[in-house]
Structure formats: structure tokens, C-alpha cells
Ligand binder design. Structure first.
Ligand SMILES: C[S@@+](CC[C@H](N)C(=O)[O-])C[C@H]1O[C@@H](n2cnc3c(N)ncnc32)[C@H](O)[C@@H]1O
Length: 661
């Protein structure tokens, strides 16, 4: 067979293969699970039993997520739909909205385009860094693993446009085989575009449909909406019954000679080849009023009546002209540039899957596949690399009435461990590996290394630096050790040359920003917590020296307890100014404008954040509640976890300990 070759496809005569390391997923959030379901999950888990199925929203690069799904899902996915990234501008930038100041009337809503961050730019370089060659390799590796995940009778739909669809078809043929190609669906995105100069406007996308094998799971879909169907209806449904219902006459004539279906019925002679139905069915339809008897003298035959109000339309073909692109005021529109219409996914899902089937989309974007799967009662797994995509999807799903519980996952420290292993693999011992890691982070932070200490690893200007490990979040205990070591070095005197420590961490314990900061302040130490950005994992971003470490946002919450009722009120939220683009900063006049979403776990059990209540802004209701109460059934000590997501998609979590008496 003809094969498409690109630079990088072969190395030493062998095809280069994708990353195949399976990393364990971390559940960072459980959404919509009742207290009983939560307890059940905990019990199942402690008894070593598999827990009940949960749909999964995964934050991570498909490069790591897909191989990590293999141990559990190889050969188990019924349907895959992918709409891979193509254009960096549209794929990664998003429009964020600054909500109105609640204390000022009639202010105009401000919107701004959040440009892609370094990770997202990197993903783009991964795919397009070397132009078409690297895109081909990236696409090839994606599809190779997707095929392994697919069930024997499963289908994959790959959504592309003219830029690469013809190359991608060759790759799909190579991986799935030419024989398992089912259709190229041409979707006419209605609305069109202004005609460009010197060529025709492009108004279609291609969706390639393949099955894994010759086995197939397919349900024909019908449409009432296309121009062809409208014409057909106009021409054919031109009879009206005694109740005023419009109907079409459909012949019941056998195409081949059927002597056993050749019978007289109510004085009507049979057609030459016989009827297409048995006498029993003829009688049944007659009783149901479904037959049309023309005047006998015309010598015409009996017909079946197909009423217009019962007509399901024409079987759809591979040209889809009846699904409109999402218009600017559509209810489902989420301000995600590459968002696809739900009707498109609905047709695909209904054609090639059944209820309870498992659906996968590894480029989730605004979450269209997950939302439609949920509505059609399919199970789903979806992932995206962009934090804003994950947040948009989470909110979208929460807006679906009776949404089933789902979990949000990532690969957390395992992805970082993997990175350390790969990045510093030539180090002789674990100690030198650790040292190289520390130096690497300090270099990026433009700090000097400091030798001979356990907790303090570097210095920058007049501040000491601690670098958190990849294994665990920085805890309050760590901070106490850091401060003790700090005293040993600089003493406790008020006029010590330095009184500042920057703690750089991948993750932080929930209460760190308040508890540890307070502890430090009472001891005259100015401590700042800064997040090591995920960009550090990306070689190219590091080489370009664009990495920024942002301080943790700080959240102030008031609590009020009356008997068994706890009321939480958000009181202040400060995002470190570095994190906000200049033009946005000036539009923010009230702290609550930075908050897009907040959620509460009333009884955090040191497992994952269980989202038991949330308030968030949507296009329809842009207001956010700032206060919420919960009545506890039992007295006792509880840990309440509050998670806030800001308008840029970053999250901040705070733990509160409360006593219900
Ligand atoms: C064209 S959009 C998908 C839009 C989606 N079909 C919808 O209806 O909203 C492509 C998505 O792929 C994500 N993406 C790009 N590279 C990725 C990667 N390596 N792993 C996971 N997601 C990625 C982007 O963040 C973007 O959200």
C-alpha cells in the first residue's frame, strides 16, 4: 500500500513510537457526589473493591494521558471523537470576561483575550514546531494509541479541515486500514465567510469515520432539516385525511415476485410481484388506520399512509448541511472559539454508540463531547491540556440538570517525577539528581545556590529560597523547619540583613497561605509562597527564559456558626498583581470581580475535594453568590474546604476548621 512518509517517522529504519508510560491518575475533585455515595466510595475503596463508575475530566497533555488510560481501558472505548488543535490563536487563546463591580451600577462588562500561556504555546510548537512534519508525527502517535483504546466494534470520528485532512486520511488508512474507512463526512458549517481574494471561501470541514475492524455498531440517523428533505416534503406530502392531517402515499409493492404475498385484500387485486407485507400486517395497519384505499374504479392499489407529523425524515448521507455553526447569541455558546455544535456530536454519538457506552475525546475544549454524552446517557472520559478548557467544561457540565457525579483528575506529581527521571537521568546518585534538580529550579528563578543547608537552597537579592520537592505539597511543618533553619543562618535580630524567604512549590497544603504566613509574621519573617509553573517541565519554554513564578492568591472567608448552621461569606480575594494582564487590572474595582466560581466541601476527609455546593457565573446569570450556609446533622469538628477559581482559570483552595456544638 502507498505510505505517507514525513521527517521523523522513521529512526534507524524503525517507526518512531509514542510515549508509552502509564502514570497513575490523581483525583483532584469529585463533583456532585452525595454524602452517601461518598461514604460508599470510601468503604468500597477500603475493602479493596472497585468503586462505582465515574465520568472523568482529565487535565493534562494527551501525550501522557492516553498511555495512562491504556491499562484500564485498552479495547474498551466504544466511540472516539477528536477535534485536534490546528490554529494556535483559536485553539489556545480565550476570551475572559471581567464581571461587573457589584457596588457600582451600570458599568460596562469588559472582555479581554487571554493569550496562550507557555505550555499551550509549547503544545503548539510540539505539533507545528517543524511544520507539517511534526504535526504528522504528533497526529500519528495520537491515533496509534487511540486505536488501542478502541473496542473491537468501536468507531473513531476525526474532525479536520482542508489544512491537513488529506494527509490525515493517509495516516488513518495506515493505522486503521483502508478497509475500515467508513465515510468522509462533509459538514457544511453554515454561515460561511466573506470570500477571500483569488480563491473560493471554505465552508466545510471533514470528519473521517473509521471502525477498528469490520465489526460495526451503527444506527441510521434521519434528518428533516436539509433543503432536499424540505423539497421532498413539499412534493410528497400532498394528501389530507378527514381530520386534516397531511400524509404521503407510500407504495406497498414487493420489488421481487413473492407468491406468498400475492393475495386479494378488500376487493383490491395484488400488484404483479405481490405486496411487500403479509396479510396479517395488512390487517393490522388497516385497523390502525394506516392504509389508504384509492377509489377502486381507477384500478389503483392500496398505499400506506405516512403522516407528516410521524415522518422521521430522510436517512442522512455523508453530506451534512442541516447543522448550523453556533451563532453568537446561541444558548450553548461558551465563548470558546473552537466550540462545535452539540447537534453535530449528538448525530455522531447516536449513529455509533448506545446508552451506557464509553465515549472518549482527548481534545475536549469547551467540553461538547462530554456534555452531549452526559445528555444521551453515555459514559465519558475527556481531557485537555488547557486549564481554561477544563474550567469551561466543568462549569458547562454543572449546568446540565441532574448531571451524574464526575471526577476531575490529573497526573500530578507522577508527571513531574517522570520529568525528573527523563531530565536528570544521567546523574549517578539520587543525591546528585536532587542537587541538579534544585539548581535547575534556582537558575530559572535567577537565584544563587546555597550549600550546606537542608531547607534553604538558594538566595536571591536579600531573600532566601526554598525549593519544594516534586513528591509532596509544601506543608506548614515544612515552613516551620524552613524558618528554624533561617534563624540559624541570619539570627533572630530585628536588624538582620534579610528577613525574607521565598518558598517555591509545585503544590501547597491548603492552609499554608494563612497559617504559615501568620506564623512567619509573628516571628518577624516575611514569607512568600510562589508556585513553580508547569512550564518548567517544558524544555523549550525554559530555554526561552520566559518562566514566571506567581504568588499564591489569598482568600479571606468569614464564618458564622448558629447552632448547627455554618454560614460562609467570602470577604476578600487577592490575586497577586503579576498574574493579571495590565489592561485587566485597571478594570477590576472590586475583589469579587476576580472570582468566576467557588465551591465548598463541607466535610473534607483528607481524600479529595468533594464539591457539594457551588456558585458560578454564566452568560445568563453573571452574578455570583458570596455567601452560603450548611446545616450539619451531627455535632463535631469539621474541615471545610473552599475552592475559588478566578477569571483566568486558576484555583485557590482554603481549609477552615470548625466546631459544631
Ligand atoms: C479544536 S479545540 C476542541 C474544541 C472542542 N471540540 C469543542 O467543541 O469545544 C482543541 C483543543 O485541544 C486542546 N489541546 C491541544 N493540544 C493538546 C494536547 N497535547 N493534549 C490535550 N489537549 C490538547 C486545546 O487546549 C483545545 O482546547
Amino acid at each position: 500500500m502507498t505510505e505517507l512518509i514525513w521527517e521523523g517517522k522513521y529512526k534507524d529504519g524503525k517507526k518512531t513510537s509514542p510515549v508509552r508510560i502509564a502514570l497513575p491518575f490523581q483525583t483532584i475533585e469529585t463533583i456532585n457526589e452525595s454524602v452517601q455515595q461518598r461514604q460508599q466510595s470510601l468503604d468500597f475503596f477500603s475493602n479493596g473493591k472497585p468503586t462505582e463508575w465515574r465520568n472523568r475530566l482529565i487535565w493534562g497533555d494527551k501525550k501522557y494521558v492516553l498511555p495512562s488510560l491504556l491499562p484500564e481501558f485498552a479495547g474498551k472505548v466504544n466511540l472516539i471523537y477528536i477535534d485536534p488543535p490546528f490554529n494556535v490563536g483559536a485553539d489556545f487563546s480565550f476570551t475572559a470576561t471581567i464581571p461587573d463591580d457589584p457596588e457600582i451600577d451600570n458599568v460596562e462588562t469588559t472582555e479581554f483575550i487571554k493569550q496562550p500561556n507557555i505550555i499551550e504555546q509549547k503544545a503548539y510548537r510540539d505539533t507545528w514546531g517543524k511544520g507539517l512534519d511534526s504535526y504528522m508525527q504528533w497526529f500519528y502517535e495520537t491515533v496509534l494509541i487511540l486505536k488501542e483504546l478502541l473496542k473491537e466494534d468501536g468507531s473513531i470520528y476525526v474532525h479536520l479541515d482542508w489544512h491537513v485532512s488529506h494527509y490525515a486520511k493517509s495516516i488513518l488508512d495506515e493505522i486503521f486500514s483502508y478497509e475500515n474507512f467508513r465515510n468522509e463526512i462533509i459538514w457544511k458549517r453554515k454561515g460561511g465567510s466573506a470570500n477571500p481574494l483569488n480563491r473560493l471561501g471554505s465552508v466545510t470541514d471533514s470528519i473521517f469515520w473509521y471502525t477498528k475492524s469490520e465489526k460495526i455498531n451503527f444506527t441510521q440517523q434521519y434528518s428533516l432539516d436539509s433543503d432536499d428533505v424540505r423539497k421532498y416534503i413539499e412534493e410528497r406530502f400532498n394528501n389530507v385525511d378527514e381530520n386534516g392531517r397531511k400524509f404521503m402515499k407510500s407504495p406497498i409493492v414487493s420489488p421481487n415476485p413473492r407468491p406468498n404475498l400475492t393475495y386479494d385484500y378488500k376487493g383490491y387485486t395484488p400488484p404483479k410481484n405481490g405486496w411487500s407485507i403479509s396479510k396479517d400486517i395488512m390487517e393490522k395497519w388497516d385497523k390502525e388506520g394506516k392504509l389508504y384505499f384509492p377509489p377502486k374504479e381507477r384500478g389503483d392499489r392500496i398505499y400506506r399512509k405516512i403522516y407528516i407529523d410521524e415522518y422521521i425524515g430522510q436517512p442522512i448521507q455523508n453530506l451534512w448541511t442541516d447543522i448550523f455553526v453556533i451563532n453568537p447569541v446561541a444558548n450553548e455558546r461558551l465563548n470558546y472559539d473552537t466550540q462545535k455544535p452539540e447537534a453535530l456530536l449528538e448525530r455522531i454519538l447516536k449513529s455509533s454508540s448506545k446508552e451506557e457506552d464509553l465515549i472518549l475525546d482527548c481534545f475536549c475544549g469547551s467540553g461538547t463531547t462530554a456534555a452531549v454524552s452526559e445528555k444521551l446517557n453515555r459514559r465519558w472520559i475527556t481531557c485537555d491540556l488547557g486549564r481554561f478548557a477544563i474550567h469551561t467544561t466543568r462549569k458547562r457540565l454543572l449546568g446540565i440538570p441532574n448531571i451524574k457525579p464526575f471526577i476531575v483528575q490529573n497526573l500530578g506529581k507522577y508527571e513531574r517525577q517522570q520529568w525528573i527521571k527523563a531530565e536528570f537521568e544521567n546523574q549517578e546518585t539520587r543525591i546528585t539528581q536532587e542537587k541538579t534538580y534544585l539548581k535547575f529550579i534556582l537558575d530559572i528563578y535567577h537565584a544563587q545556590s546555597l550549600n550546606g543547608y537542608i531547607w534553604l537552597h538558594g538566595a536571591k537579592a536579600a531573600r532566601m529560597i526554598h525549593v519544594g520537592s516534586v513528591e509532596a505539597p509544601v506543608s506548614v511543618g515544612d515552613v516551620k523547619n524552613i524558618i528554624q533553619e533561617f534563624w540559624k543562618i541570619v539570627g533572630k535580630s530585628k536588624d538582620a540583613k534579610t528577613n525574607g524567604i521565598d518558598v517555591l512549590g509545585w503544590d501547597f497544603a491548603f492552609d499554608i497561605n494563612e497559617t504559615a504566613k501568620q506564623f512567619a509574621a509573628t516571628n518577624n519573617v516575611d514569607i512568600r509562597f510562589k508556585k513553580i509553573p508547569r512550564e518548567v517541565l517544558e524544555k523549550k519554554a525554559v530555554e526561552q527564559g520566559e518562566i514566571q513564578f506567581f504568588e499564591l492568591a489569598s482568600l479571606d472567608i468569614k464564618t458564622k456558626i448558629e447552632k448547627k448552621k455554618l454560614t460562609l461569606t467570602l470577604n476578600n480575594f487577592i490575586i497577586p498583581p503579576d498574574d493579571i494582564p495590565e489592561e485587566v487590572r485597571s478594570a477590576i474595582t472590586h475583589w469579587s470581580q476576580c472570582i468566576d466560581y467557588w465551591a465548598v466541601d463541607w466535610d473534607y476527609k483528607d481524600d479529595t475535594f468533594h464539591n457539594e455546593w457551588q456558585s458560578y457565573r454564566t452568560k445568563k446569570s453573571p452574578q455570583i453568590e458570596l455567601s452560603i450556609s450548611n446545616v450539619y446533622e451531627q455535632v463535631g469538628k469539621y474541615t471545610v474546604l473552599v475552592k475559588v477559581i478566578d477569571i483566568l482559570g486558576n484555583d485557590t483552595t482554603k481549609a477552615l476548621t470548625i466546631q459544631i456544638k
